[in-house]
Design a protein around this ligand. Sequence first.
Ligand code: 4AD
Ligand code: MG
Length: 482
Amino acid sequence: METICRTKVKDVLKRTDYGSIVNVRGWVRTHRSSKAVDFIALNDGSTIHNVQIVVDPSKFDENMLKQITTGACVTATGELVESQGSGQSVEIQCHELEIYGTCGSDYPMQKKGQSFEYMRQHAHMRLRTNTFGAVMRIRHNMAMAIHTYFHEHGFFYFHSPIITASDCEGAGNMFQVTTKNLYDLKKGDDGKIVYDDDFFGEQTSLTVSGQLEGELGATALGAIYTFGPTFRAENSNTPRHLAEFWMIEPEVAFIDQQELMDLEEDFIKYCVKWALDNCKDDLEFLNKMIDKTLLQRLEGVLKETFVRLPYTEGINILQEAMKNGKKFEFPCNWGDDLASEHERYLVEEHFKKPVIMTDYPREFKSFYMKQNEPTTDGGSIGYKGAVAPGPTMQGTDVLFPQIGEIIGGSVREESYDKLMSEVERRKMDTTHLWWYMDTRRFGTCPHGGFGLGFERLILFVTGMQNIRDVIPFPRTPNNAEF
Ligand code: 4AD
Ligand code: MG
């Protein structure tokens, strides 16, 4: 028989040219025998759906057929026919069947309904399951949505470095990069490690954010975005934190707080709509198997106008709730950083829609944020004239149902003097900031941007509960396997 080009399962399922000879290749989901006919459900990762291969066992070697077990990889050629059974449109009447790779009974993904924890321990094989296939295809689609959105809106894809000598967030939770001999560290007279003999001649780390370099890009090209891996050595063992995650960081010149919030909202809605438009089969599968309210929640976000809420007002709402009997584990007085329970109360119970929180107290926000106008009594004036009892900064974080903080953003302080006084107030080491400060010395301009945690977006769009299950190979404390 002539060689036939392979067709992807996704494409074969759409065909109606019954009688044609087609070839499909993939991994066996199930193989069952019934009334002298064998049915093989084959999946090749191109879609959540399987194609059914109908085999007449009298025409094939019995021993070969026995080896076609769940997980085995086969190539099958046969005639495309209209499906007899319900649930699929076409099936393949098999003429030729060959095994690429058999799969032993110790195949870890053999049983259905394994726990996610079990699958994490077998992350090298979990990609072959329906759920992880769906999540990974959606992940790909979200990356395409993001690039398309920014490309269409005139943003340039800008590559910030992975290895850096500066700590953007100033939180000090960076992974060091070194080629030094760790058994014989060169130290100065003061006992501190000297880095002049290290690869870069100074102490370097993996980036926690590309924002500072992104600002250099935006104040030259007008609007840029980064999209790359980000590393944080924070020991947070939560379902929302990874030590290695992907972040999208747009940065825009001449944008104010209102416009920045408009951008955040428009961008997220675009991504969610993209998922609904392009990942229908996978979303329907997840809606059925993982989270019955997923589709409703995604459609809901598109309809809602996000609430824009100054932090100070948020605190008032939380305190009011406490007066009415609501219990929180962590305190929430003015000046406290909000815990996830507070964010989720505001989003899921109080407003029941996404919230963009603005004008945070400067004490727990980063040095680069634009400082709000002070009042004479030590307070400050923020978004739409909202008065706060202390100094605030023009943050614009987006809080989402189920997720909490999905975006962290702000307008940046463009005044050299104000920025410098904040750097000094925080007693920051300015050795590695000179180039950043130069943006404020040479043609400074109003600008702002934000960072979207890619995996948090994927969590929202897939309805998955744990961030370890929306990235192929998660990196978390005590776990760098695979
Ligand atoms: O709020 P963050 O720390 O903001 C920044 O890094 C800014 N420099 C961004 C900017 O303005 N350009 O982080 C931004 C987002 C968070 O809202 C969250 O979605 C995600 O990154 N994120 C994490 N995602 C997974 N694991 C972690 N450990 C994360 N830390 C932050
Ligand atoms: Mg943040």
